[in-house]
Every structure is written in structure tokens, then in C-alpha cells.
Design a protein around this ligand. Structure first.
Ligand SMILES: CC(C)(COP(=O)(O)OP(=O)(O)OC[C@H]1O[C@@H](n2cnc3c(N)ncnc32)[C@H](O)[C@@H]1OP(=O)(O)O)[C@@H](O)C(=O)NCCC(=O)NCCS
Length: 172
């Protein structure tokens, strides 16, 4: 299986993957919006490919942690999707680990997400609010709002209000 940066030639297949993996169109729209944004970093949209089939896709975007007058750039994971026929084969985990490595090399200290509380803790994610991180942009329960350290110890000194890129708002 090949793990690589998404290219323009993959866009159609990735959009198809997203509509198969998720019940609505929100995630497909979100990926389109993020790709078109000036903050988009190509290496942070990653696919797994086997036998010419794009089996999984993950995207990370630039988000902010606002602490008083200071604002820190952090990464946000999402969406992550694996084609239904290839789920539970470890592809999601491979994409998360590769993405975390790439986010670290881009200088991000932390990566945030909204996700399944039973899935992400195995990849180092913990509840963000327990580390003094606020959220006002969306209303979600404590257990789905998660963060993982990329730089060791980052959660000890970075706090404030987390904000996703505005592309996450008003998805319908
Ligand atoms: C969630 C998803 C990305 C996981 O990818 P995957 O390649 O199937 O995951 P992996 O093979 O790496 O891991 C499989 C493990 O995750 C668990 N898992 C998968 N989806 C889960 C979910 N929604 N909630 C809790 N656990 C889940 C499986 O039970 C399995 O655990 P086990 O090995 O102990 O049985 C994939 O199922 C998917 O695309 N789902 C639809 C879209 C989605 O919900 N995306 C995530 C949004 S937060």
C-alpha cells in the first residue's frame, strides 16, 4: 500500500470516497473548501492507494489557539475516511500516524479534532477541555473534543480558545 500526498488527479476519487464513507455531503464540501484556501498545505492531505484504488484519505488544516493577545497555530485533523469495504484493516491508523508526523515537521505543537471517543484515544488523543482549552465556535460534548501532543509537553504550556479554520463553519 502506498501512502502519499494527494494530487489533483486524486480529487475526484477522494470526493467519491468521502461521499461513500459519510452519510451527508458536509465532509466532501469541507475538503473542497480547505483545498482552495490560501492556508492549505498540500502535504497535509494524504491518501493511501492500493491497486489503483484510493482506499483512505486524511486532511489536516491550520487552526488557532487564542490565548489572550497571543495566537498560536495548531493543526486540526479532519475529515478522515476509509472506503467502507476496506475499513478495520488499519488504514485509518496509518493515516493518523503519518499525518501526525507531517504536522510535527510543519511545526505544529498540537493537533485537535472532533471525533469518536472510542477511536482516537488509541492514537494519543485526550479530551481537550481537561487541559484548559476552551471552545466557543461549536457546541460539542467534552468527549468528542480531543487533542494530541505533537511536541512533547506542549499541553503543559499552551492553553486558550481553540478555533477551527472558518471553512468548518456553515457546512449545511
Ligand atoms: C473511522 C474510520 C476512519 C476508521 O478507519 P479504519 O481504517 O476502519 O480504522 P482502523 O482499521 O485503523 O481501526 C479499526 C478500529 O477502529 C474502530 N473503529 C472504527 N470506527 C469506529 C467508530 N466510529 N467508533 C469507534 N471505533 C471505531 C474499530 O472498532 C476497530 O477497532 P478494533 O480493531 O479494536 O476492532 C473509518 O471507519 C471511516 O471512514 N468511518 C466513516 C467515516 C468516519 O466516521 N470518519 C471519522 C470521523 S471522526
Amino acid at each position: 500500500m502506498i501512502i502519499r500526498t494527494e494530487t489533483i488527479n486524486d480529487h475526484e476519487k477522494v470526493q467519491d470516497l468521502l461521499t461513500q464513507a459519510f452519510p451527508g455531503q458536509e465532509e466532501a464540501l469541507l475538503v473542497q473548501r480547505l483545498r482552495e484556501d490560501k492556508t492549505f498545505q498540500r502535504e497535509l492531505s494524504i491518501v493511501t492507494e492500493e491497486d489503483g484504488i484510493i482506499k483512505g484519505h486524511i486532511m489536516f488544516s491550520q487552526a488557532s489557539l487564542i490565548d489572550g493577545i497571543h495566537s498560536h497555530y495548531v493543526a486540526a485533523l479532519g475529515p478522515l475516511a476509509v472506503l467502507p469495504d476496506y475499513q478495520r484493516q488499519g488504514i485509518g491508523g496509518i493515516l493518523i500516524e503519518e499525518g501526525k508526523r507531517r504536522c510535527l515537521s510543519h511545526g505544529y505543537p498540537l493537533v485537535f479534532l472532533f471525533g469518536h471517543p472510542a477511536y482516537y484515544p488509541r492514537y494519543g488523543f485526550v479530551q481537550a477541555r481537561t487541559y484548559g482549552i476552551d471552545l466557543t465556535q461549536f457546541t460539542v460534548s467534552d468527549e468528542v473534543f480531543m487533542v494530541a501532543e505533537l511536541q512533547l509537553g506542549a499541553l503543559n504550556h499552551l492553553h486558550g480558545e481553540f478555533r477551527f479554520h472558518s471553512a468548518f463553519e456553515d457546512l449545511g
